[in-house]
Design a protein around this ligand. Structure first.
Ligand code: HEM
Length: 512
């Protein structure tokens, strides 16, 4: 009897041992293998968790946005800059942190599906361009590409300049000595994104203050869910999260944009009828016609290529992607300019030669090469989107590995752009790295703040133009003096890179 029991135990043990070779049993997921059958650890760094037999599951206990930032940096150091692997409940997470390993992913035409992390933004963005996949993504990308064409940017340029002047006026009347940069910048970028997307001025709209708050609150809840793995499960979020408030906020945001879309749809129909008779360069009030992304979408709706829900998703995506990303980059650029008076002086010298602000064209802004180097160097050190993430919808071969279906891939853009092999003394702020002569031999995927490949950022030219406009306005009127110190900042890692503290600077009027 005892012998039979021992034999069963032994068989069970052998079966479990065999099973564990292919499945990480205590993580309930399949293991990653190598294509050539060699030992996994020779190909990729497998990072042990706090309790290694449970993979990395216990690492996540008590995680905060701040500790997640350090968690990722520690792995980078542990893996000595090589790609690495983590195992969580139900999934392996493969992380890439150098340009060479990122090449295969960026060039892939199959690993395009966004990661499970984007599930949190789905209630807000629906199937908008950022998270859609397959044919839907392809057709939407094709449909939206003309909305970012050079000619369109020229009409957006007027909006950016108008909003920059409005901001200047506000700053000139501010009595405060120290300015909270986050506040002024986010107001500016939200105004721009609303006007370029919907063709209305947010400040002129009823309920604009409530809308600003709502957008802010929606993002806060999304972040809360990202940082707390338990909140991934909808039932936990419903029971213990801010589900009710989030649902109400989503409704407010959706009603706000929906109403504008309805109104614009009516205008679009009337205009289409009138267009047959009159010059379409001028609108009813004799002003030069302004373009909004919504015009493209309504045009496509009339051809049956998108419906109302699709339009709402794209408008919200445009706002989500175009608002926080540029705000973050602008905040860090202003901080860098404050901390580097020599760089600031050089920018001002370059700006001095381009002419009167209100007459500046996209061509004029394109000539500001040094200012562009400053923006690029800021994005290199503080990428607004610090990592991008994909999901493997099928078993996936990449960099000599076979990732099981549902594995997640994280590309840590933050680490890629701090690689000393491509950017010597990587923590130093040196805009000169991006002059054409200093960029010649750089690896094509060493600088990827806008991602790369077919799912790269559709709004990158929009963002650079918008940021240049406001920086020109600021630098020609104010000297930016430092208040916040870099060493005091606590970084938080998420869909967007943030700091725990607000960033402050002093603005000293330049007497002309
Ligand atoms: C400094 C500013 C910006 C940065 C650093 C940035 C960065 C990125 C990155 C890294 C991605 C890829 C995300 C991923 O693969 O998960 C992305 C995608 C995207 N961005 Fe941007 N972005 C910026 C500004 C903008 C602006 C201003 C807009 C629109 C007005 C925009 C619209 C989008 C859209 C729609 C996508 C999805 C594209 C697709 O999947 O086809 N972005 N952006």
């Amino acid at each position: 009897m005892c012998f039979v029991f021992l034999a069963i135990c032994l068989i069970l043990f052998i079966c479990l041992y065999k099973l564990n070779e292919n499945y990480f049993v205590l993580c309930f997921c399949k293991r990653v293998r190598t294509i050539d059958g060699s030992k996994l650890e020779d190909k990729v760094c497998v990072v042990p968790g706090k309790v290694p037999m449970f993979g990395n599951n216990f690492d996540l206990i008590d995680m905060t946005p701040e500790t997640i930032f350090h968690y990722s940096r520690n792995h980078y150091r542990y893996a000595k800059g090589k790609h690495y692997l983590l195992y969580f409940l139900f999934t392996a997470v493969y992380s890439i942190n150098n340009a060479e390993d990122a090449a295969e992913l960026f060039q892939s035409t199959t690993i395009l599906e966004k990661s499970v992390l984007y599930k949190y933004v789905e209630p807000f963005l629906g199937e908008g361009l950022l998270i859609s996949s397959d044919r839907k993504w392809f057709s939407r990308r094709k449909l939206l590409t003309p909305a970012f064409h050079f000619n369109v940017l020229q009409t957006f340029n007027d909006i950016f300049k108008e909003e920059s002047l409005k901001l200047l006026k506000k700053l000139q009347h501010l009595q405060k000595d120290e300015i909270e940069i986050n506040d002024i910048v986010t107001e500016f970028t939200l105004n721009n994104v609303i006007e370029t997307a919907l063709g209305v001025k947010l400040d002129d709209m009823k309920g604009s203050a409530q809308y600003r708050h709502t957008i802010h609150d929606i993002e806060e809840v999304i972040l809360e869910r990202i940082y707390n793995p338990l909140m991934y499960y909808d039932f936990v979020f419903r029971l213990f999260g801010r589900y009710k408030k989030h649902k109400e906020d989503l409704k407010i945001a959706s009603n706000f944009s929906s109403k504008i879309i309805q109104k614009k749809r009516e205008e679009y129909r009337k205009k289409k009828e009138m267009e047959k008779q009159q010059d379409n360069e001028v609108d009813d009030f004799g002003k030069k016609k302004r373009y909004a992304m919504l015009d493209t979408l309504l045009d496509e709706e009339s051809k049956g290529n998108i419906d109302h829900e699709g339009i709402c998703d794209e408008v919200n995506t445009f706002m989500f992607e175009g608002y926080d990303t540029t705000s973050t980059c602008l905040i860090f650029t202003i901080l860098n300019l404050a901390l580097h008076p020599d760089v600031q002086k050089k920018c001002r010298e370059e700006i001095a030669n381009i002419g009167d602000f209100s007459s500046l064209t996209v061509f004029d802004f394109n000539k500001l090469e040094y200012l562009e180097c400053v923006l690029k160097e800021t994005l290199r050190l503080y990428p607004s989107v610090p990592f991008i993430a994909r999901t493997c919808v099928a078993e996936t071969r990449i960099n000599g590995l076979i990732l099981p279906t549902n594995s997640q891939i994280n590309v840590h853009v933050y680490d890629i752009m701090r690689d000393p092999r491509h950017f010597p003394n990587p923590t130093e702020f040196k805009p000169e790295r991006f002059t054409p002569e200093n960029s010649v031999d750089r690896h094509p995927f060493a600088f990827v703040p806008f991602s790369a490949g077919s799912r790269n950022c559709i709004g990158q030219k929009f963002a650079i133009l918008e940021m240049k406009a406001v920086l020109v306005a600021l630098l020609s009127n104010f000297e930016i003096l430092p208040v916040t110190k870099l060493e005091d900042l606590i970084f938080e890692y998420g869909i967007i890179l943030r700091t725990k503290q607000k960033i402050y600077a002093k603005l000293k009027k330049i007497e002309k």
